[in-house]
Design a binder for this molecule. Structure first.
Ligand SMILES: CC(C)(COP(=O)(O)OP(=O)(O)OC[C@H]1O[C@@H](n2cnc3c(N)ncnc32)[C@H](O)[C@@H]1OP(=O)(O)O)[C@@H](O)C(=O)NCCC(=O)NCCS
Length: 289
């Protein structure tokens, strides 16, 4: 077993390859989570990100992504569960008080975290995985004058502007045009799966981006938003449905999304459940005991 640090752009794909190779419906992360989180935040990471790989016979069997000082994400091949202890020890050496979030079903990770002295924080906000089969999708409908379509490559600035408009409820969104350009050039971004509702005045009123894992035939919806002045008119529902239809056309059989599951932020899960997504396992934040 060899540990090495993240060395550059090619390693981004290696993180995704491990997720894709080991993905099952009980996995916390989909390849799109890493594509979105790392590309949209890359410019702001400073020296706060540390990523390490554990390789066995030339194959990546685990990685840890420490967002210092406080959070660890990790993926460990369930066929090699013992490596989880090494990833956690590496993180503890970097961040004594840091926490780690996993899906409750990832028992190879929860047992390693508990053995390392972590315990679940039952009062922390959490996320609930939701899943939809693409067999029966309703037809999307938008009000007269609004247009549903996918984004074009030359529309980075408009796409970024629409995202900022939808994601500024908690203060102005930090996402820049350059950040969105990074998202739109990250693998496996496809413009055919990046949908908007265009308002009569040309605003991108609502949007939904889906990342497709064609090996596991599953898409991840991330992110979704609707600008405040256009809300409660069915636009987020319609843009999701349109993107899900495109996902099915691309060959997928199901999609997942992971909204907040706790009652402090119920509207996102209400939206997905109104489309037909069914709730499943939840995330858990493990903190040092
Ligand atoms: C969540 C969000 C995308 C909803 O957009 P929207 O266009 O207003 O949603 P829709 O009009 O399509 O709503 C469809 C259904 O979702 C649910 N819903 C949407 N907003 C809701 C709210 N504020 N409270 C409760 N349920 C809500 C309802 O079931 C609604 O159907 P109804 O209007 O017939 O009751 C929007 O509020 C937003 O962008 N918020 C900030 C970003 C965000 O949270 N994104 C989702 C993160 S995973």
């Amino acid at each position: 077993m060899r540990r090495r640090e993240y060395e550059g752009a090619g390693d981004f794909r290696l993180m995704q390859e491990l997720i894709q190779r080991t993905w099952n419906p009980r996995s916390r992360l989909h390849i799109g989570d890493v594509a979105w989180e790392r590309s949209v935040n890359a410019a702001r990471r400073g020296t706060g990100w540390r990523t390490a790989f554990w390789e066995d016979g030339g194959q990546v069997v685990a990685w840890g992504w420490a967002e210092l000082p406080d959070h660890l994400s990790l993926v460990v091949d369930p066929a090699q569960p013992d490596v989880a202890a090494e990833v956690i020890a590496w993180f503890q050496a970097l961040a004594q008080d840091g926490a780690c979030s996993i899906l409750e079903d990832e028992t190879h990770l929860s047992s390693a975290l508990e053995a390392a002295g972590f315990r679940p924080d039952e009062s922390a906000p959490y996320f609930t995985h939701h899943r939809i089969s693409l067999d029966e999708l309703r037809t999307p409908v938008v009000p007269e004058g609004f247009v549903l379509r996918h984004v074009e490559p030359a529309e980075v600035e408009r796409r970024a502007e629409g995202h900022r408009a939808a994601w500024s409820d908690w203060g102005p969104s930090k996402v820049t045009d350059e950040d969105f350009a990074a998202v739109m050039s990250a693998w496996p971004y496809q413009r055919e799966l990046d949908w908007v509702v265009e308002a009569p005045n040309g605003d991108f009123a609502a949007s939904a981006l889906i990342w497709y894992d064609d090996v596991n035939q599953v898409g991840l919806v991330e992110p979704v938003g609707c600008a405040p002045q256009y809300r409660r008119r069915g636009l987020a529902q319609a843009v999701n449905l349109a993107a899900l239809h495109a996902l099915r056309d691309a060959g997928a059989t199901s999609a997942t999304v992971c909204p907040r599951g706790d009652d402090a932020y119920p509207k996102a899960r209400a939206l997905y459940q109104s489309i037909g997504f069914k709730p499943g396992a939840r995330s858990k934040l493990y903190v040092p005991s």
